[in-house]
Design a protein around this ligand. Structure first.
Ligand SMILES: [Zn+2]
Ligand SMILES: [Zn+2]
Length: 227
């Protein structure tokens, strides 16, 4: 019997560990903690780090990963190590305190936490770029997309940065054509890579001539887009 895959990302590639809610929560809390640290010098930068650590102590870690993955495993392990390192933290309801010993134990874990957080970011980007992960009923819409993405915690790792995924109207050729209005579109490689990996990645396309989102099936793909 052939095993069918229903898990995101729905394209028969490996299922996504970032779909698990508790994993994303722990990831977000570690990310927030690192924003209060100076990763380069492995030090806690400001007092809000204690609040972040308090939050991490009070979050629910997943009992098990629904999708076993070494990167998610390491992130959960470093999260648990941070919880252990802060075992004797105190709060009187107003201020959260940590001793010099706790600070030293946490600071020793910063490089490992930063590396794990940056590695998990790649999985997280894939997760949030595909609307179908969040809800099976959502469709990805192919349209021009630009902005800045997060640069990572580890200095010099050069994650993210500026992106500008273009969709150009061309008089002929291009990569896809709207059969209803005859508009040809030339796509940035980002879109072509997604379509090549998963022909059903995009459910809809923004047609600049029709000025609306139309179903992907109304488009003719000029030639199999390749990455
Ligand atoms: Zn996912
Ligand atoms: Zn159109």
């Amino acid at each position: 019997m052939t095993q069918q895959q229903f898990n995101p990302p729905f394209d028969r590639s490996a299922p996504c560990p970032a779909c698990q809610h508790e994993v994303r929560s722990v990831s977000a809390l570690i990310h927030n903690l690192l924003n209060r640290c100076d990763v380069g010098s492995s030090t806690i930068r400001d007092g809000k780090a204690w609040v972040r650590l308090w939050d991490l102590r009070h979050t629910t870690f997943p009992a098990a990963l629904t999708v076993p993955h070494p990167v998610a495993d390491e992130l959960m392990a470093v999260g648990r190590a941070l919880v252990e390192a802060t075992e004797d933290m105190t709060s009187d309801g107003l201020t959260i305190k940590g001793s010099a010993e706790i600070r030293a134990r946490v600071e020793a874990l910063i490089p490992r936490a930063a590396a794990a957080s940056d590695a998990f970011n790649a999985l997280s980007v894939m997760h949030f770029d595909d609307q179908r992960h969040c809800s099976g009923s959502h469709q990805n819409i192919l349209r021009e997309w630009k902005g800045y993405s997060w640069n990572g915690h580890v200095p010099g790792a050069n994650l993210g940065g500026e992106y500008n995924y273009t969709v150009e109207v061309v008089s002929e050729g291009g990569d896809i054509a709207h059969t209803a209005c005859g508009t040809h579109l030339k796509l940035h490689d980002h879109f072509k890579q997604n379509i090549a990996r998963d022909p059903e990645f995009y459910g809809q396309v923004w047609c600049p001539s029709c000025r609306q989102n139309v179903p992907m099936w109304q488009f003719e793909i000029s030639e199999a887009p390749h990455a």
